[in-house]
Design a protein around this ligand. Structure first.
Ligand code: SAM
Length: 195
């Protein structure tokens, strides 16, 4: 079943949005110098785009949902031009091979497991060889009984398998900061694409 992401924004059903950037991603960028042209796939209301700008990155947020992007522009007017409509699985020509860094936060976990290979392909299409995929991967989401997602349950072995070829792990840990309710459920894993 395809998810109508724009309807979720139009209806205000954005349960994932915490109104602030991901604490583990913020902590990572505070601790590690990261440079270059960067992409936030599935950027939603744009909090991680604003975080990346605050850390000096030249960042673009990509999302399928025009309403989500309109809300991002309203929240962060000076960054309006950084929010672009499009599909990670078939990115605009100007984005292909264009990024030194991809910042992942709750895009992957929002996708049905059948779309994970398409996500990986989208990263391959946008991240240059040698570039960094810096991810806060929502590994073990809290779901109500009978709820299959999104967010869809994901495992560390599945993450490892998805990027087993063509990427090396350069950082990997359970972060000690999190949004309320996500403590111990996320993993920071940074992958470098083979050059
Ligand atoms: C769970 S939301 C997370 C939004 C944002 N990352 C956050 O943490 O607030 C997932 C987002 O991914 C977007 N999305 C889903 N599939 C996508 C695709 N193929 N290409 C680009 N964006 C996509 C949705 O529109 C939605 O805004």
């Amino acid at each position: 079943m395809a998810i109508d992401w724009d309807a979720a924004y139009r209806n205000g059903e954005v349960f994932w949005d915490r109104g602030a950037p991901s604490p583990p991603l913020k902590q990572y960028l505070e601790r590690h110098p990261v440079h270059g042209r960067s992409l936030v796939p599935g950027c939603g209301r744009g909090h991680e785009v604003a975080l990346a700008v605050a850390h000096g990155l030249d960042v673009t947020g990509l999302d399928l949902a025009p309403t989500g992007l309109a809300e991002a522009r309203a929240l962060y007017p000076p960054l309006a031009g950084r929010f672009v409509a499009g599909n990670l699985f078939d990115p605009p020509a100007a984005m292909r091979g264009a990024f030194d860094v991809v910042l992942e936060h709750t895009c992957m976990s929002a996708l049905h497991p059948t779309l994970r290979a398409s996500y990986r392909h989208g990263i391959d299409l946008t991240l240059r060889p040698g570039g960094l995929l810096i991810g806060v991967w929502y590994i073990n989401p809290s779901l109500d009984a009978g709820d299959e997602g999104p967010p869809f349950p994901f495992s560390v072995p599945a993450l490892t398998a998805l990027f087993a070829d063509g990427y090396e792990i350069v950082a990997d840990y359970v972060p000690d900061v999190a949004f309320s309710g996500r403590e111990g459920r996320e993993r920071v894993r940074v992958l470098r694409r083979a050059g």
